[in-house]
Design a protein around this ligand. Sequence first.
Ligand code: NAD
Length: 434
Amino acid sequence: MITIPKDLDTKEKKIPLRGMMENVMEQFNSASDHINLHPNIRKILSITNNEIIVHFPVKMDNGDVAIFTGYRVQHNNALGPYKGGLRYHPTVDIDAARALAMWMTWKTSLAGLPYGGGKGGIQLDPTKYSAGELERITRRFTFALADNIGPEHDIPAPDVNTNSQTMAWMADTYMSTRPPAERSANQHVVTGKPAGSGGLEGRDRATGFGVFLTIKFWAERNNEVLKGKTFTVQGFGNVGYWAAYFLELEGAKLVAVQDAFGSIQNKNGIEVAALFKYAQAHKGSIVAYPDALPLDKDDFFSTACDICIPAALGNQITIENAPFIKAKLIAEGANGPTNVEGEQILIKNGVTIIPDILCNSGGVIGSYFEWLQNRNGELWQLDEVMMKIEKKMKESFDKVNKYAEEHHLDMRTAAYCIAIQRIERAYVERGIFP
Ligand code: NAD
């Protein structure tokens, strides 16, 4: 065991930050103050370990060559290999990748997984490219990342606008560029693969299922029933759809949805399966769904409901719309959907927030199971996977609530305190090389 001198306070030396990074740092600093985090560990966790930016050429369908910029930020690996998604979106930049990588470090730590945190992606609008172009972009990005990722080093997964197909292309490219004898041993370089290609049964629904579970646990804790509760979902992709699917199974009613293309509402309820089928037939868009009315974009968050699930992008609930939110529970399916000012208003108004690093951790828990399955050469059954996810989510949920109650904290600060303390312990026990 080492003793680290308490000589420096990085709060004084904080670099000016903007956007999501500013949020994650404020959240981190507030929890670190609460646990009196060792100043040297605060310094280490305030910065990212590695930041990889790659520019790479890809041949387009028309024969032209386009240059793309891809990012992979590896925040911290004190507890294990870097783990986190890859996002294809115009808002992807180094600032977003840094913030999202940090959130992954807290999330994997809170979930008690042997992982650190990483995140990345490509700055692009995928709707502008054909399937063939997206495949070549993905494969060339994987090739450009080269040994900066790896099954025991940094393990990407799907995020916004990437899916199991993207992960299948990545795994195939990575494995194809290894020496023949090593190829099949590298399948777990990514998680979120299709079930037929080393993927885990149930990984597709793991995040949304986890979001639903945290809502169910919250209801049980507060002697509430989900049957008859109304809810809204921002983002009807992987996370939003599956969260809505499981809530509807419990008898809750979806009353408004917003996606990248528009917003819809129906006080009498929107049937989740029918909306999903409609979106699939309309390039992922919910706009003009026949059994609902259009809703103004700015009115989405003020829709009357019991539960609101932001499951799209970061910085969606802010000082602008937080005062008008009627839901009493916000379940953060997305990463960083509520900014610090928005959160302060919600807390003042008595709204409970199940924080992202807890609420959407079912995804990375599912990814961990996929990684274990590949590593051990096993194939797990769906019911077994769902049971294991529920057990882990319950442990995390109870841990956060206990800490929040004992220390009179909101759930986010409590979740951060638990996550950071686990990493702090690893540093204190191991010391700093050399
Ligand atoms: P996805 O690509 O499957 O779906 C994204 C959805 O958000 C789409 O419906 C899209 O139309 C909508 N959207 C995009 N921009 C929007 C905007 N400006 N306003 C409203 N809606 C918008 O992505 P996903 O995998 O469901 O991820 C959603 C969120 O959940 C992200 O914040 C992601 O980081 C987080 N998350 C995902 C996973 C996972 O396993 N996929 C795990 C943990 C957290």
